[in-house]
Design a protein around this ligand. Structure first.
Ligand SMILES: [Mn+2]
Length: 178
């Protein structure tokens, strides 16, 4: 049996903490509800994309050699993860999937670098394709095959960027000489 002082203290604590706990719970629930709504909205956006992807994939025959596989260049000290390499409709094909609004020059030198990662392993990738699915119907679809001269220029750009990156890292942060 508690003393009346103890009872008074615990009643007072309860008075302060119960509403605080309820408020915290409520705010957490509301946050979780928002997150749930966002997840549903994202899923609603993803489903048509996945359908378009599935429809595209059904129209071709694929034999996978590598899927989402990471490689490192011993020669140039860089790494990358290849989306897909194998034969597509009987032709050796390196594929990068994009789910973006558009293609950018970065995509080109990324592909050149990926191609190099396989070339270092003695794999001739044949053709190199970017397959882009827009996030909405309006953002469209494209699957360009990158021409040899574009891939060569892309590789050159990549090597230069790599050098610039290494050089930039040697600069002091303050602008003063080290
Ligand atoms: Mn990709």
């Amino acid at each position: 049996m508690g003393s009346s002082l103890e009872e008074a203290i615990s009643a007072s604590i309860a008075e302060k903490t119960v509403p605080a706990i309820l408020a915290a719970l409520e705010s957490r629930l509301s946050r979780e509800r928002d997150e749930m709504r966002q997840a549903v909205a994202e899923l609603a956006l993803a489903v048509p994309i996945m359908n378009r992807f599935a429809k595209w994939a059904e129209g071709h025959e694929f034999q996978t050699a590598f899927e989402e596989e990471s490689f490192v260049s011993e020669q140039y000290q860089f790494g990358g993860r290849i989306d897909w390499f194998g034969t597509m409709d009987g032709v050796p094909t390196l594929i990068d999937l994009k789910f973006t609004k558009a293609l950018y020059p970065e995509s080109t030198y990324q592909m050149s670098a990926y191609r190099h990662l396989l070339a270092e392993r003695g794999i001739d990738v044949g053709r190199t394709k970017i397959v882009r699915f827009g996030r909405t119907e309006e953002e469209g679809f494209e699957e360009p095959e990158l021409p040899e001269e574009v891939l060569e220029t892309g590789w050159n750009v990549f090597l230069h960027l790599r050098e610039i990156y290494a050089l930039a890292k040697t600069l002091p942060k303050t602008g003063k000489a080290a």
